[in-house]
Design a protein around this ligand. Structure first.
Ligand code: HEC
Length: 154
């Protein structure tokens, strides 16, 4: 009788362990799936960092209607095709890209310093072309003035 109890107990323990571990496994697999998708999206969005020194670059242009308009003109020539008419990263040429063009209404972009955005605009990365040669420094700063205005709109 005692022996029987012992084996019954053992059997219950074993069954318990199996059920428990399979539920854990199941949970951790599905958690990992969600997690890696979330991470992929986040990494895609977070990966591009300008060097810390870029933060200290100051926009030499005072914000004015003139620079906003000039920036907008440049944007409509060079940027809208990927970043979209209104800056949501949804331009006609941006759709097929692995890494989507940045959305200028996103807090992640808005929170960056002018200097960091200027540095990225200057140097480019992947599908984002470098504008060091194509645009003068002043034009690139005009674009930053305009991007800041865009970021303020819904
Ligand atoms: C051919 C498509 C294309 C064009 C044209 C383009 N961009 Fe981009 N841009 C991208 C892509 C794609 C990214 C995202 C790159 C990444 O995160 O790896 C990007 C990212 C950026 C970023 C960085 C935002 C961040 O994630 O921190 C800035 C700033 C930017 N673009 C500004 C501009 C401006 C201003 C112009 C026009 C002068 C422009 N881009 C033109 C495709 C483009």
């Amino acid at each position: 009788m005692k022996k029987c109890n012992f084996y019954t107990l053992l059997l219950f323990c074993a069954a318990g362990v199996i059920v428990f571990s399979s539920s854990i496994n199941y949970q951790s697999v599905s958690y990992k799936q969600v997690d890696s998708k979330f991470l992929q999206d986040t990494i895609k969005k977070e990966a591009w960092l300008a060097p810390a020194s870029a933060d200290s670059l100051k926009n030499p242009l005072a914000v004015s209607q003139e620079y906003i308009s000039k920036g907008e003109e440049l944007y409509n020539m060079y940027c809208f095709s990927c970043h979209g008419d209104t800056g949501y990263g949804d331009g006609p040429a941006g759709g097929s890209m692995g890494i989507r063009p940045a959305n200028f209404h996103d807090q992640r972009v808005i929170k960056q310093k002018d200097g960091a955005l200027f540095w990225k605009l200057t140097n480019g990365k992947g599908n984002m072309p470098p504008f060091k040669e194509a645009l003068t420094e002043e034009q690139r700063w005009q674009l930053i003035v305009f991007l800041r205005e865009l970021g303020k709109t819904e």
